[in-house]
Write a protein that binds this ligand. Structure first.
Ligand code: FAD
Ligand code: 2HG
Ligand code: ZN
Length: 486
């Protein structure tokens, strides 16, 4: 994408000069912590989907919170725009510059600070990779209360900045509940810290909440304190084929009732998302009889394998008997369990590798959850834009999957190339449809650059005004992540 038709560079921002580079070198004390080489800059300028690309000439990789503070203070005084970046796995173009903003990567803030084995409180630098944090916790018998397909690259700070939801929100809740404290640097260099907060603390405004989901627009998160649950000793995964959306909803209510406290994930996938995954991974369907309109992945996590197995068996037996589930597999060992999760976690790649993808990350009341995929397919068919096997059509497939247990659908329109006609067919149609059905235009990925003009579909004028007031108070020069949703 080019941005010239969407947004203009704000000329209040200063352009980078040699004197600025000299200052940053003096702060970071090592040339390796500044990236200025064109080839190396590419990774930071471009997003995971290769959809958004900026032209930053500088990446800064500080090692300490104090260095972040010195950098921001200077940028604020000089009016140099800055994009905070974590693992760069965000899906809304929020982590990349639009023009020549400086990229402030927290990747070198990568130490676990402490872990309390009694309370389960983990204190970590923001740049620790999620999977590394979870592996550290695994050794102590604990679990990071969030898991997602990008765990090998995304950061603890990045997921907090986006308020990512992921695969087990159903069980462990949102980061708004599990994050106990944060350390963040404000645009003027002030270091805010609530890292020592305990589980309960009703002493005025809960300021950390402002940063959770702020998408790098209010401050740079440098530390996270988070409450971690005990790692479940027993896990089960079942992969089920279902013939109607009506039955999917019944399986969900049944799972909540019968699996109750051991239910830890309830993931939905439509048949066409499976077909794209099959073609992408070049593997057979997990369920040999293949080709059903809907699939569900259910995970249980508990402390007693026998008890969990029995509960799951009874639940699945009942669902089969009632004709809700047509076929299914239950992982028999750790490898099969991992394979079923890998299949599910490959969906974002499977929809993105055809040339491009339009992603819509939506919250909807469950009764309307899948209707959006049907309405989108109908619209693209009416316009003659879609065909799985005809390479002359721009759209490969419009598929739906997501965290049904949280009412979160991922509508993915896989395209052979980014195409204005397809974009016009999709937007604002999708956003209008969501608003009409009382949904949210972003359940978990945020607004970033992609949805900057659409916030009004999910927030009222008063809410938008309050958001702008907070932004203007803490970042009056608007140096942090400009051109994005605020
Ligand atoms: P980045 O992509 O680098 O940044 C994301 C945003 O946060 C940007 O606006 C950036 O400016 C800001 N930011 C990053 N770090 C900081 C910081 N330290 N301080 C201030 N601002 C910061 N999301 C879900 O919610 N659920 C999923 O299940 C899920 N699965 C995914 C699967 C795949 C394969 C991929 C590629 C992405 C997935 N995502 C999912 C998207 C999700 O937003 C990111 O993976 C994650 O939240 C971003 O973390 P990150 O460290 O890569 O942040
Ligand atoms: C997931 O649930 C992620 O896998 C990505 O949130 C969703 O690809 C998407 O649209
Ligand atoms: Zn998701």
């Amino acid at each position: 994408e080019t941005y010239s038709d969407k947004v203009k560079r704000d000329e209040r921002f200063k352009k980078l000069e040699d004197s600025d580079l000299k200052f940053f070198e003096s702060v970071l004390k090592d040339k390796n912590y500044l990236i200025t080489n064109e080839d190396d800059l590419d990774f930071f300028n471009e997003d995971w989907m290769r959809k958004y690309k900026g032209q930053s000439k500088l990446v800064l990789k500080p090692k300490t919170t104090e260095q972040v503070s010195e950098i921001l203070k200077y940028c604020n005084e000089k009016k140099l725009a800055v994009v905070p970046q974590g693992g760069n796995t965000g899906l809304v173009g929020g982590s990349n510059p639009i023009f020549d903003e400086i990229i402030l990567s927290v990747a070198n803030l990568n130490k676990i600070r402490s872990f309390d084995e009694v309370s389960g409180i983990l204190k970590s630098d923001a740049g620790v990779i999620l999977e590394n944090a979870d592996n550290f916790l695994a050794e102590k018998g604990y679990l990071f209360p969030l898991d997602l397909g990008a765990k090998g690259s995304c950061h603890v700070g990045g997921v907090v900045a986006t308020n990512a939801g992921g695969l087990r929100l159903l069980r462990y809740g949102s980061l708004h509940g599990t994050v106990l404290g944060l350390e963040a640097v404000l645009p003027d260099g002030t270091i805010y810290s609530s890292m020592d907060s305990l589980r309960k603390d009703n002493t005025g405004y809960d300021l950390k909440q402002l940063f959770i989901g702020s998408e790098g627009t209010l401050g740079v998160i440098t530390g996270v304190s988070i409450l971690c649950p005990a790692r479940p000793a027993a896990s089960n995964v079942a992969f089920l084929a279902v013939s109607s959306y009506e039955a999917v909803q019944k399986v969900f209510t049944g799972a909540r009732r019968e699996l109750s406290e051991i239910l830890s994930a309830f993931e939905f996938m439509d048949g066409t998302s499976q077909e794209l995954t099959r073609r992408y991974l070049k593997l057979d369907y997990p369920i040999e009889s293949g080709d059903y309109p809907y699939y569900i992945l259910i995970e249980t996590s508990g402390s007693n394998k026998e008890h969990d197995d029995e509960k799951l068996e009874t639940f699945l037996g009942n669902a089969m008997e009632e004709g809700l589930v047509d076929d299914g597999v239950v992982a028999q060992d750790e490898t099969q369990l991992r394979n079923l999760w890998n299949w599910r976690e490959s969906l974002p790649e499977a929809t993105a590798h055809w040339g491009g993808v339009y992603k819509y990350d939506v919250s909807l009341p469950l009764k309307d959850y899948y209707k959006l995929v049907e309405a989108t397919n109908q619209r693209l068919s009416e316009r003659g834009l879609i065909d799985l096997d005809d390479d002359s059509k721009p759209v490969v497939e419009a598929v739906g999957y997501g965290h049904l247990g949280d009412g979160n659908l991922h509508l993915n329109v896989a395209v052979r190339e980014y195409n204005k006609e397809v974009e016009k067919a999709l937007e604002p149609f999708v956003y209008e449809w969501i608003k009409e059905h009382k949904g949210s235009i972003s359940a978990e990925h945020g607004l970033g650059f992609q949805k900057k003009n659409y916030i009004g579909y999910s927030k009222s004028d008063i809410e938008i005004k309050m958001i702008k007031e907070i932004k203007n108070h803490y970042d009056p020069n608007c140096i942090l992540n400009p051109y994005k949703y605020v």
